[in-house]
Design a protein around this ligand. Structure first.
Ligand code: AP5
Length: 228
């Protein structure tokens, strides 16, 4: 199955701690299936860059590695969900992160007649996440993600996707903040694994494997839920 043969919209949630590969896998699925990636982290970073009132509040919270309030995150997510391209199917990357967000999402998707098809939980070892995040960088032009060791560009210093030579690293990608982010994940987000397991649509995926192996498993899940 690909974007052309997809039978009905697929709406996915990617759950996992910082560094689990949510953004990496979401971008790959977007390319393979034409789904729209909704990353609340990216939406918040845009708000910070634009200096909106929400962005001004979020800036400090994100720098400390804590969660931004449900109120701000939900307002940003609703705005993005209201755009017409989301009808093709979505991948939620980094949302929901609290039970309040999960309940609000249930109501939003019910309103839209677009249920969540599957919740993919990327299972990883915390300690390895610090190294993954410390080595991460992004093309400043097109946003393609790279890693110093695990995913360098084919030609050193040149983006594989767009040829840009400008790259950026996130201000919250340092060892201390990553540990705070991991703590926030275990306290506030990991309980959602049980939340979705009880609803019967949780798909755990071992995600310490190489990026392409994880992508293969996710592709199988998208095909199953799309056909089912
Ligand atoms: P956000 O931007 O969502 O960051 P995060 O959850 O901390 O996740 P990351 O982007 O760090 O990791 P990822 O899982 O996407 O990993 P990636 O694919 O890049 O959130 C940032 C902040 O915004 C939060 O701390 C919070 O303040 C706020 N926020 C966002 N959403 C919120 C919400 N809903 N509510 C409240 N606050 C919110 O991979 C990492 C690296 O590893 C890459 O270099 C990649 O190449 C490499 N890699 C990936 N997979 C593999 C693999 N299988 N093997 C080897 N290397 C791999």
């Amino acid at each position: 199955m690909d974007a052309e043969t997809q039978t009905h919209p697929v709406n996915l949630i990617l759950l996992g701690p910082p560094g689990a590969g949510k953004g990496t896998q979401a971008r790959m699925l977007t390319e393979a299936f034409g789904l729209v990636q909704l990353s609340t982290g990216d939406l918040l970073r845009e708000a910070v860059a634009q200096g909106t009132p929400a962005g001004k509040v979020a800036k400090q919270v994100m720098a400390e590695g804590q969660l931004v309030s449900d109120e701000i995150v939900l307002a940003i997510l609703k705005d993005r969900l209201d755009q017409p391209d989301t009808g093709k199917g979505i991948i939620l990357d980094g949302f929901p992160r609290t039970e309040g967000q999960a309940e609000a999402l249930d109501a939003l998707m019910l309103d839209r007649g677009a249920p969540i098809s599957a919740v993919i939980s990327l299972e990883v070892d915390d300690e390895a996440m610090v190294g993954r995040i410390a080595g991460r960088y992004t093309c400043a032009e097109c946003g393609e993600g790279y890693h110093d060791d695990n995913k360098p560009p084919a030609s050193e210093g040149v983006c594989d996707k767009c040829g840009s030579t400008q790259f950026t690293r996130r201000p919250d990608d340092n060892a201390e903040t990553v540990r705070t982010r991991l703590g926030a994940y275990h306290m506030q987000t990991a309980p959602l694994i049980d939340y979705y397991a009880l609803r019967g649509n949780l798909k755990p995926v071992p995600a310490m494997a190489p990026i392409d192996d994880v992508a293969e498993k996710l592709t199988q899940i998208v095909k199953e839920v799309s056909d089912g």
